[in-house]
Design a protein around this ligand. Sequence first.
Ligand SMILES: Cc1cc2nc3c(=O)[nH]c(=O)nc-3n(C[C@H](O)[C@H](O)[C@H](O)COP(=O)(O)OP(=O)(O)OC[C@H]3O[C@@H](n4cnc5c(N)ncnc54)[C@H](O)[C@@H]3O)c2cc1C
Length: 410
Amino acid sequence: MHIIVIGAGIVGVSCAYRLQSAGHEVALIDKGAVGMGCSFGNGGAISPDLCVPIALPGMLKRVPRWFADPLGPLVVRWSHFPSALPWMIKWIKEGRDIQKVQANSNALRALHRHALADYREMLGADYAEHIEETGQIYVWQNDRSGPVEILAKTLRERHGVKAERLNAADIQRIDPHLNPIYKNGLHFPENGHTLNPLRLVETLAEKFRMHGGRILNDELVSFSTVNGVARSAKFAKGSYDAQAFVLATGIDGARMAAQLGDAVSIQAERGYHVMLPKPEIRPAIKISNRDHMFGLTPMRDGVRISGTVEIAAATAPPNYKRAEALLTRAKEMYPSLNTEGATFWMGSRPSTPDSLPIIDRATRARNVIYAFGHGHSGLTGAPMTARLVRTLIEDTPPPIDLAPFRHSRF
Ligand SMILES: Cc1cc2nc3c(=O)[nH]c(=O)nc-3n(C[C@H](O)[C@H](O)[C@H](O)COP(=O)(O)OP(=O)(O)OC[C@H]3O[C@@H](n4cnc5c(N)ncnc54)[C@H](O)[C@@H]3O)c2cc1C
């Protein structure tokens, strides 16, 4: 088939690569440069073990804190509050219903569990240059026996996730540079991280191009549909015909889906990163600070500090004080970290209320396949998304249940 994939982030590039490998003729079109959307600046974690949704019981109790500290791990911009409210209500509801939490957890695990194996297959001989399978650790300064952690533990156990408990001495043994203030930890030996998220997207795009794939620069405006099928897509510079289209436009997915009759619920959960080019010391392993909800990743070009959630319009100006706050927190963890030459970045996680992406056919055009809404874990979820998109296009049985990813669930 002749297929057009719109959006060249990690999701679109993975879809283009997978469809091309299956013998289709594929063009990849992005309004910007390859990999420069949210996929540019993420924390690089590839986490097959990630099976805990973001919305969990007890969210409502935390609301006052979201407004109190503008530099806290989760904030809502007052000006954006009215537009974000419907999404936030859905998000809180997802967390209140334990059966939904369990179902969302099952779907996340299925989406993520083969991520490293799939990247290995896609990258072939280049795998070791891009991905380290050295595991990840979570650390807490205090006790981690709160209800959220107990639930997270139960969910992980249900899925057979390997998570080893760490005490203060274990943590120091794993990472001697870390300030010895962390008393509790978890080690996930089966997770990994990429050494450069942008290079990973670019490498997959280069492979796609080398095998005859076309990469074009243009902005999707609308689809032209006849009898429930999209015949062509109108872009800013011209129109293109294809037999199928994949909409992998990240945070812009909802707007396009609305044109095709589907009201999906996506909110920008804006995150920040700080890149340290000359850190002098490096975390021994990808590490998450669970008290303050951010992480540090040892990357090829330095150390990346990333995290925080800011509920705001995707287009609103960044508040780099949030990135500075990340830097201060990171210095608490690694006091001898050299912050010279630090650069800041902000990007919008395309987030749904249930932490699951939308992978489905459009209502008004059955040959337009949605592949967006991956929120906090798109780098991890992209390879399985690409497999699912292929089965939707070819009308073959999917490798995992597609029902949790339907757009009509909202
Ligand atoms: C601070 C932070 C840390 C994160 N850490 C991790 C992590 O450690 N592990 C993990 O798995 N995930 C992580 N994520 C999430 C992950 O980065 C995202 O889920 C993922 O990048 C989404 O990929 P995407 O391809 O859907 O979107 P994008 O990368 O945003 O790509 C979408 C592309 O579509 C293009 N586009 C949009 N509209 C149009 C249009 N109309 N026409 C043409 N092109 C269009 C854009 O230009 C863009 O290139 C993190 C996110 C943030 C913000």
